[in-house]
Ligand binder design. Structure first.
Ligand code: CP
Ligand code: NVA
Length: 307
């Protein structure tokens, strides 16, 4: 029989709605203190970062420790991975030592190769095209504040980046309507939109942020320059393109009166979001950051086959 594929958490699209809901429920239980004992006792998890991180790094490390496991935080540049050892060989070696691997990379091909060759679960801690752990926290945050997300309207304004692309996958799996406003040049890949629509998702694309936000229950934005964009070094042209998409009070006024505002952070006040909105009464960005901790516990418990 072929070896059983480990329970990787690479993209939301790899999981059906029931499996994602199960992970989210586990995260909610973890937040409520309803996970008994130390389910990760005796388990070691490698957290590999090719890129900087505050939330992902600390929430995984603390979450693993709270569940009784050990986290080993590794910077790729201090590993042989950073000087050319392949993800495939790295996967085979680390699988002999640890019980799971989380990777943050700016090249999604690396995490795919790692997962292909690992015999332990691999968790996506952000790539150039996705950020599924963020979306688990975002779904938890929406539902805490506004109840079931299915059937709701969420608007995205700004860059069609990695977080936006995971929002598209989430729309297909969690059943909300997603309205995306981006400059045409920075629209998310048509292939991904096509996939989501084939899966039954309601995705509306526009270049007009006011149209996207109209009546929405939640408005989301993210940085104008993602870590993977620093590779091509053109932040100034992106700023010009994205300025009309700023999440400010005038734009937010078009949303539902009780709309919440989300941002995965780090934020750049005065760029993609104004200080007024970021620190205003509709903003739930710090609840959202906190929920990384809880939501990832759900992902970890599922990936390690513990729940
Ligand atoms: N939102 C998020 O992933 O933040 P970090 O880059 O700080 O991990
Ligand atoms: N889109 C951002 C998210 C950071 C958590 C980036 O990739 O830099």
């Amino acid at each position: 029989a072929p070896p059983r594929r480990p329970r990787h958490f690479l993209e939301l699209m790899d999981h059906d709605a029931g499996q994602l809901r199960h992970m989210l429920d586990l995260g909610v239980r973890a937040k409520r203190g309803q996970i008994d004992g130390k389910p990760l006792a005796g388990k070691s998890i490698a957290l590999i970062f090719e890129k900087p991180s505050t939330r992902t790094r600390v929430s995984f490390e603390v979450g693993i420790r709270q569940l009784g496991g050990d986290a080993i935080v590794l910077s790729a540049k201090d590993m042989q991975l950073g000087r050319g050892e392949s993800p495939a060989d790295t996967a085979q070696v680390l699988s002999r030592y640890v019980d799971a691997i989380m990777l943050r990379t700016d090249d999604v091909r690396k995490i795919r190769e790692l997962a292909e060759h690992a015999t332990v679960p691999v968790i996506n801690g952000l790539t150039d095209v996705s950020h599924p752990c963020q979306l688990m926290a975002d779904m938890m945050t929406f539902e805490e504040h506004r109840g079931p997300v299915a059937g709701q309207v969420i608007a995205w304004t700004g860059d069609g980046n990695n977080v936006a692309q995971s929002f598209i996958q989430a729309a297909a799996r969690f059943g909300f309507t997603l309205r995306i406003a981006t400059p045409p040049e920075l629209a998310p890949p048509a292939q991904l939109i096509d996939w989501a629509r084939r899966e039954g998702a309601r995705i509306e694309l526009t270049s007009d942020p006011h149209l996207a936000v109209d009546g929405a229950r939640c408005v989301v934005t993210d940085t104008w320059v993602s870590m993977s964009d620093e590779r091509d070094g053109g932040p100034s042209s992106r700023h010009n393109l994205l300025a009309p998409y700023q999440l400010n009070a005038a734009l937010l006024k078009g949303a539902a009166p009780d709309a919440i505002v989300m941002h995965c952070l780090p934020a750049h006040r005065g760029e993609e979001i104004t200080q007024e909105v970021m620190d205003g009464p509709q903003s739930v960005v710090f609840d959202e950051a906190e929920n990384r901790l809880h939501a990832q516990k759900g992902v970890l418990l599922w990936a390690l086959g513990l729940a």
